[in-house]
Write a protein that binds this ligand. Structure first.
Ligand SMILES: C[S@@+](CC[C@H](N)C(=O)[O-])C[C@H]1O[C@@H](n2cnc3c(N)ncnc32)[C@H](O)[C@@H]1O
Length: 202
């Protein structure tokens, strides 16, 4: 396997030294699309927020500053990302505001804590069975809870049409998983348009 292929695979499950470098690169490019996704969720101080695929923990940090009385839980299956995100958010973890979990999205199980808002940024394309995972996520959301799934394609040759197609796929997954009021939004970003699909757990 070539070094570029080896490196690009690191964005799906960062591991080892290449994964660590990929995490640092993600951190340097994550702010705009994460801020945008968070703004679309309209997070309130007391909201419980779930993030799947927190990567280096950029959204974790932004969200922990918005919530007071609410709680943030993040799940990611990469030990390298878990370590980077933990380091970046140690204060909020110690304050009990943030919980980071090492795990697969498919391993989500019913929990007492129910979520008002759920987000995932540039992660869903790596999930083995997105509809099954979204059904599990829906079970731990509050009635009328809001989910935001964002993708900003980085692959060579990607255009706004690529983002639109990703958005159509995500909208279909959300519908199949039982979400309603599905709405797709596109925003021009660097190097491509980003797409965010919102859904409500009615
Ligand atoms: C490209 S990174 C994006 C990280 C972060 N959300 C950001 O915007 O910078 C994708 C992340 O999703 C995680 N991920 C991918 N598939 C996953 C799965 N099935 N279960 C849990 N985490 C997953 C990866 O480990 C990685 O940290």
């Amino acid at each position: 396997m070539g070094i570029l292929k080896k490196f690009s695979l690191q964005f799906g499950k960062p591991e080892g030294i290449f994964g660590s470098i990929a995490g640092n690169l993600m951190a340097s490019t994550a702010v705009e699309k994460n801020k945008w996704t968070i703004s679309l969720l309209n997070i309130q101080r007391t909201d419980n927020v779930l993030e799947i695929g927190f990567g280096p923990g950029i959204a974790t940090k932004l969200i922990s500053k918005l919530i007071h009385g609410g709680h943030y839980v993040g799940i990611d299956y990469s030990t390298v990302m878990f370590r980077q995100a933990k380091k970046r958010n140690i204060k909020a973890i110690q304050e009990g505001k943030v919980t980071l979990k090492l795990g697969e999205v498919s391993s989500i199980s019913p929990s007492e804590l129910k979520f008002d808002k759920v987000l995932s940024v540039n992660s869903i394309i790596f999930w083995k069975d997105p509809v099954k995972a979204l059904k599990k996520i829906r079970q731990i959301m509050k009635p009328n809870g809001l989910i935001a799934l964002t993708m900003l394609p980085y692959m060579k040759g990607a255009t706004e049409e690529t983002s639109q197609k990703l958005g159509d796929d995500i909208a279909r997954y959300l519908k199949e998983a039982g979400f309603s009021q599905i709405k797709t939004t596109i925003k021009e970003m660097n190097p491509n348009a980003a797409v965010c699909v919102l859904g409500v757990n009615e």
